[in-house]
Each structure stands twice: as C-alpha cells, then as structure tokens.
Design a protein around this ligand. Sequence first.
Ligand code: 5GP
Ligand code: MG
Ligand code: MG
Length: 178
Amino acid sequence: MMNDDIQKISVSEDEIKHIVERLGTQISKDYQGRNPLFIGLLKGCIPFMSDLLKYVDIDCTLEYMKVSSYDGTKSTGVVTVKGGLPIVKDREVILIDDILDTGRTLDAVRKMLVEAGAKSVTICVLLDKPEGRKVDITPAYVGGLVPNEFVVGYGLDYNEHYRNLPYIGVLKEKVYSK
Ligand code: 5GP
Ligand code: MG
Ligand code: MG
C-alpha cells in the first residue's frame, strides 16, 4: 500500500532491507574485535539505526544525539547540540544519520566528537545526495544515492510527518500547497 501523499517511491521497503543488511554486515567485518560506539542523530536515524543494528554482529555500545542547524525557521548553518555530547574519549565512533545533503550537520558533529577525544569518527548514512554537498565530507558507509529532490519516509520527515513510512518516496505537489 502506498500513502496517498506520495507521488513515487525512491527506495522500496525491499531495497531498504537489502541496504541495511549489506551495511550491517560490512560494519561487522570492518569493526570485528573493536567495540565501536554507534551514535545516531535523532530523529531521522531511528528506523535506519534500529534495522541496521540487527545485522551488527559485534560488541558495541549505543548513544544518540539531538542536533539542530535551525534557529527558528531559518537554516543558520550553525549546528547546535541539545542535551550535551555522549562520552566519546578514545572511542571509535560510527555516526549514523538518515541522509547526507550539504554535509554541514555531520561535518560539525564529527569535529565536535574529535575535539571531545574520539579516537575515530566514521560516517554511515542511509542515503547520500552528492549534488547537495557544500563541505568536503566523505561517508565511509552509504546505503544509496538519491538525486537532488526532497524525500520522506523511513525516518525522513516533512514538518515532522511521514517518518513512519516503511519506504522512501517523493511527496505530491499538493502536500506542499496545503
Ligand atoms: P546537511 O547534510 O545538509 O547538513 O543536512 C542533512 C539533514 O538535512 C538530514 O539529516 C535531514 O534531516 C535533512 N535533509 C536533507 N535532505 C533531505 C531530504 O531530502 N528529505 C528530508 N526529509 N530531510 C532532508
Ligand atoms: Mg537530520
Ligand atoms: Mg527533518
């Protein structure tokens, strides 16, 4: 079943399942015996991180961070952390987010974690929009590439809605003019 507000599906539920299995298996191989710390960026990371971890077959710990690059309704490019940083001293961190666009959010968070003493910070995103990039940042793990269009579902929101869709898709025009 497809939500009535969706005009097309960009990544299907089945494709997502294969992506998370591939990434989780790869991370397990790469980090064998190393006890990484997964840090998810709320709220977009929730379905992705939860599914990914089912395939992470190594000892690890989890944390979450809430970050915002918005001051009111304007994007400032200044990233603020709500509720403080997790303890990352000497840890090998794997940062999890839904999508990498300009790269400003993950770049800022990565720098904060390195400054806080993380041994390494590796980035894992479900989706990458390479055309949107404004800073030089390369994720180690990428589920898939999407063109420069706004997608929702599987953690990705439009005004906080649609995060619960089990697939990723593009909204119909009528949704924006409501
Ligand atoms: P950036 O890489 O530009 O700093 O920001 C990435 C964040 O912007 C993502 O975590 C996500 O919250 C939001 N974002 C970027 N592209 C999209 C998109 O196509 N759809 C949705 N729903 N959010 C997006
Ligand atoms: Mg986000
Ligand atoms: Mg959002």
